[in-house]
Write a protein that binds this ligand. Sequence first.
Ligand code: ATP
Ligand code: MG
Length: 263
Amino acid sequence: MTSTSPPAVDVRGLSVRYGGFHALRDLSVNLPAGRIIGVIGPNGAGKTTLLNAISGFTHVTDGEILLDGRAIQGWDIRRRVRAGLVRGFQTVRLMERESVLTNVLVGAERLDQPNALAQLFALPAQWRGRRIQERAAHEVIELLGLGADRDRRVDELPFASRRLVEVARVLISYPPVILLDEPAAGLDQEGRRELAAVLARVHERHPSTLVVVEHDVDLVKNLCSHVVALESGAVVCAGTPDRVFGDPRVQLAYFGRSADAPA
Ligand SMILES: Nc1ncnc2c1ncn2[C@@H]1O[C@H](COP(=O)(O)OP(=O)(O)OP(=O)(O)O)[C@@H](O)[C@H]1O
Ligand SMILES: [Mg+2]
């Protein structure tokens, strides 16, 4: 697992059906390698379902998911994690009474390959298991500006810091493909700005194919170089932020007017 050439994720003809309801309908999209990709769309558009399908958290009714050209739709979650594909959740799921460090370490335990962490952090061969994980946890905690809170219980922390703990758990191994589901949800404007800055900094240091589901237009424009707009389980528009936010259908959904209409 190296971070030098993260893989692209290519979704082809993907359908996810719950009973008679199509959460995703014959959806095809390319998530380009090494970019920060924003996924936008109204509530119920299928954003979380897309992340669930890519990460193996839901069944796929039809279609293909290609990771660097390899079809992974039949793989279980652990196999996808081992291949470097790690997701975060829309709601913060932390062990409330445990410290920031303990919570972040959970992210390392998801990996069955401590050696991958050792390689990533260029640690000596005699370092093993827990020590390697702790070193990785300390580094990501510092990078996310949580150093002063490392030993505090997460239930004592403000919401913005708790969000960062959730993100740190995903980032601990700097996976080549990262899927974050509304990491800025519930944060105030300053919190959102800080989170975007942190993600940009992490991406610069550890290039990945970083997919961020997000409603905040400014955050997406500032952070992402590629945007995918979903509606009713299908792609409305994909491309540069200017292209997508200039699309009349996206304008209508987000700003209540078409780009062609007078402002
Ligand atoms: N397990 C499930 N069983 C039945 N329907 C589901 C299931 N998961 C999702 N859905 C439905 O699929 C649609 C898409 O849901 P999804 O959670 O992917 O939307 P979303 O774009 O993430 O919305 P939000 O912005 O509210 O998070 C919704 O109508 C939802 O009710
Ligand atoms: Mg969602």
